[in-house]
Design a protein around this ligand. Structure first.
Ligand code: PSU
Ligand code: MN
Length: 301
């Protein structure tokens, strides 16, 4: 059984050691509303190319785990009902039952790593949920990143989660965390979560990946990039909206894999679309920076 289908363009780029940036697809099916989801998915392909790298969006189409999907696949993920949000534990089932699914950060990292891709841009990664003591909810993103040997560029984790405990978990798992040209860990919708972090430049990030190669360490590296200032949301206002959304989730008894999409949608409604604007601005910015780090990694000796 052939489990991984790598597009011709990506296969060639791997052989020629060109910079490649993996992109996830849960943001298309569950993270952003239509038509923003489709427009952004296509736009970030252009952004990655403008920086001299090759974009590789990853998803499961009719039971095939594809590395490098095309516009037709993106359209399906953006519009169809019943696309399965596929974290790592869902992957065997989605493939076996020949379903169509979007990949989370965990599954995207796994597939990218299998294909030999070293850089990945996303909006937000999952983490330790605030209700952890009762729900035991920790995203599989953290566990999979611990052994997929990839550089993940995101805008931090959002404060729907327990940010300090997520950072503790990264330490436990041996995943290095840096702020991109900042000493404050970004809070996804906001530029500063209030937590200190070590700063890194793109050249240093590329060089860190090479150092890790020499050490044969399999942990991923997490680079957190602050949302562009003009799209950032007031932290106090955001905090109150998050608390309302969490309360709403409790009332409606939303649990498990449904909780993150539910919170994103509720926050979107409560901010009159401002959260979506921030999400779009930061994913574009992350795609650009991931492409620049990837280019530096492959073009410097
Ligand atoms: N955070 C966001 N936007 C997203 C997600 C997280 O700001 O779209 C998605 C990502 O695909 C992430 C997944 O990998 O949610 C985590 O889900 P869970 O918490 O159920 O593991
Ligand atoms: Mn979960």
């Amino acid at each position: 059984m052939k489990t991984l289908q790598v597009s011709n363009e990506i296969r060639e780029a791997i052989i020629e050691q060109k910079p490649i940036v993996a992109l996830e697809s849960t943001i298309i099916s569950h993270g952003l509303p239509y038509p923003d989801n489709k427009e952004v998915a296509l736009r970030i392909h252009d952004i990655v190319r403008e920086e001299g790298a090759v974009p590789a969006t990853i998803a499961i189409i009719n039971g095939q785990l594809k590395v490098g999907i095309d516009e037709e696949d993106i359209e399906r993920l953006a519009t169809e009902e019943g696309i399965v949000k596929t974290s790592l534990r869902d992957l065997p089932g989605v493939l076996t039952k020949r379903r169509t699914g979007s990949t989370t950060v965990a599954t995207t990292s796994y597939a990218a790593s299998q294909a030999g891709i070293r850089f990945f841009a996303t909006g937000g990664i999952g983490g330790v949920h605030r209700e952890f003591p009762n729900s035991m909810d920790v995203s599989n993103d953290l566990i999979t990143l611990a052994n997929s040997n990839i550089c993940v560029v995101s805008a931090g984790i959002k404060s729907i989660l327990d940010v300090p405990n997520t950072l503790e978990m990264f330490e436990t798992l041996g995943v290095p965390v840096y702020g991109y040209e900042t000493t404050r860990y970004p809070g996804f919708y906001t530029t500063d979560s209030g937590i200190n972090v070590e700063s890194i430049t793109k050249e240093e990030a590329a060089s860190l990946m090479r150092t890790k190669d020499h050490l044969t360490l399999d942990q991923s590296v997490h680079i957190a990039v602050p949302v562009p200032e003009e799209a950032a949301i007031d932290p106090d206002w955001m905090q109150s909206i998050i608390l309302e959304a969490l309360e709403e989730a409790k009332k409606q008894q939303i649990t498990g894999k449904d909780i993150t999409p539910f919170l994103l949608k509720t926050i979107h409604e409560k901010t009159n679309g401002q959260s979506v604007k921030a999400n779009i601005a930061l994913i574009k910015n992350n795609a650009k920076i991931a492409a620049q780090i990837a280019s530096s990694y492959y073009n410097t000796n």
